[in-house]
Ligand binder design. Sequence first.
Ligand code: SF4
Length: 166
Amino acid sequence: MAASDPFWRRKTLGAMTRAEWESLCDGCGRCCLHKLRDEETEALLWTHVGCRLLDGATGRCTDYANRKSRVPDCVKLTPAKVAAIDWLPPTCAYRLLAEGRDLPWWHPLVSGDPETVHQAGVSIRGRIVAERDAGALEDHVVAWPGRVPKAAKPIPPVRRGSDTEL
Ligand code: SF4
């Protein structure tokens, strides 16, 4: 590990500053889609219906600072929650780092360009249905939020000798 390595390779999730932690979010918006659980199998089912605070053009929350009071079941990510939940998409930077992977080329911290997350087909831009228009969530189950788009591959492998810990 070189001192010149970027912070996400040098630090565990738990050791990051607040600003570093926040900068890991690539703005894909996938985690802000409504999800369902199959009652029998407990399997996670994604929908393409966005939270009412999700901006379908930017992939960002429109009231990030107050999201928890506006949407009480919004989950504020922490290292412990990243380890515990099973619904972060396979492209999510928090999940990738928790798995001991590097960030991919299209992550804004790597590319230096917030547009690359959209160019790689990772974001929800232009693909979601607004909560107010959706009706029954069961009618909007889709698979893509749980998959890695072709243009976003390959996802970096788990680093050998990775000592990444939460
Ligand atoms: S899935 Fe991960 S990277 Fe994408 S918006 Fe949610 S927290 Fe950010």
